[in-house]
Design a protein around this ligand. Structure first.
Ligand code: FDA
Length: 304
């Protein structure tokens, strides 16, 4: 009961435009620096290098979402372009993750598509891959429509499917052959569109993972859940799924021992590294997912 209340408070805060705007001026606070790799491209690239040396690959996410002006969306597009160029120049092993509401999805669909095309051209030139994160369900179809449009020209782009959505199974079926990151889902969604019960979400999660792996499609299993990871390993073994057809993904700062262990076992392990000054919404969603995260946030709060 208490956990549900705190979850709702954090999810509510994550969507507050006023708090998100204010936090940009605060700098990384409340322990956020433990899960956000600094505010600049340089700090993020340094972190990628460090993790690469430990046998982990990465994906960089320049934080930002729900952008309301064209200027901000264009600025964010250019920042993503510069991030891809910086990855290329540094010769580090990282791809890029983007959120479409940062690139103008709420302003105009075609404008957002054009911004994505600019990023994809750079990714193509730099021989890299771009993953479109999935946001709340209100943006799901528009996101998939942009993916389909991009895939007419580019094959180095994929997206994310959230197991809590009833539509997930059909979406995974429709996206056979596309590189997908599969997750449980991080937003507050109503019962009209999403499973509310954790066990149902977990069951559907395993269902879509198995479905995508069996279709021969590249699958990124993004979860900190040791039970899910153990089941995926077992399933891959029993069904002769080659190691180069899937990877595990976890967020920067979470379960680092397990990340290292999976890499040592020979699995591809990718760390999702967020960076930048628009950290508040991301940080609040992490607090919502796991009440234990509150402990280090409080430590960060009082430590400042
Ligand atoms: P979950 O939170 O369900 O935990 C299950 C169990 O695992 C816990 O009960 C506990 O035992 C253990 N556990 C979990 N975290 C732990 C920790 N830190 N330490 C110790 N034990 C722990 N969502 C989205 O909607 N769109 C997106 O694009 C993405 N992208 C994304 C990328 C990556 C790389 C990751 C890892 C996640 C996302 N997500 C996401 C978030 C995702 O949807 C989900 O909200 C979180 O990963 C939380 O679910 P988990 O599967 O990690 O475990």
């Amino acid at each position: 009961m208490l956990a549900q209340i705190s979850k709702n408070i954090f999810l509510y805060a994550s969507q507050s435009k006023a708090l998100n705007k204010a936090a940009k001026k605060w700098g990384l606070r409340f322990g956020a620096s433990q899960v956000v790799a600094g505010e600049t491209i340089e700090s993020a690239i340094a972190k990628v290098k460090e993790l690469n040396e430990k046998g982990l690959v990465c994906t960089l996410d320049h934080l930002g979402e729900f952008v309301a002006s064209r200027e901000e969306a264009i600025e964010a597009t250019e920042y993503n372009v510069r991030t891809l160029e910086a990855i290329h120049k540094a010769g580090v092993n990282s791809n890029l993750s983007v959120k479409l509401t940062q690139l103008g999805l709420d302003i105009d669909w075609h404008f957002c598509l054009d911004n994505m095309k600019r990023i994809m051209e750079t990714a193509k030139r730099c021989n890299n891959f771009v993953r479109i994160d999935m946001e709340d369900s209100a943006h799901c179809q528009a996101t998939l429509d942009i993916l389909h449009e991009l895939r007419k020209t580019y094959d180095n782009v994929g997206t994310v499917i959230q197991a809590y959505l009833y539509r997930a199974e059909q979406d995974v079926k429709d996206l056979k052959g596309v590189s997908l990151r599969l997750v449980k889902g991080a937003y507050k969604e109503p019962p009209e569109v999403a499973y509310q019960d954790k066990q149902e979400v977990d069951a559907n999660y395993m269902n879509i993972i198995q479905q995508h792996l069996l279709s021969g499609s590249y699958t990124a299993i993004a979860s900190h859940d040791h039970n899910i990871i153990a089941k995926v390993k077992q399933f891959a073994k029993e069904n002769n799924i080659p190691r180069d057809q899937f990877e595990f993904q976890m967020l920067y700062g979470f379960r680092t021992d397990m990340q290292q262990q999976l890499a040592a076992e020979g699995y591809k392990m990718r760390v999702y590294i967020p960076f930048g000054n628009d950290w508040f919404g991301y940080f609040m969603r992490r607090l919502a997912e796991r009440p234990q995260n509150v402990a280090f946030a409080l430590k960060g709060f009082f430590g400042k």
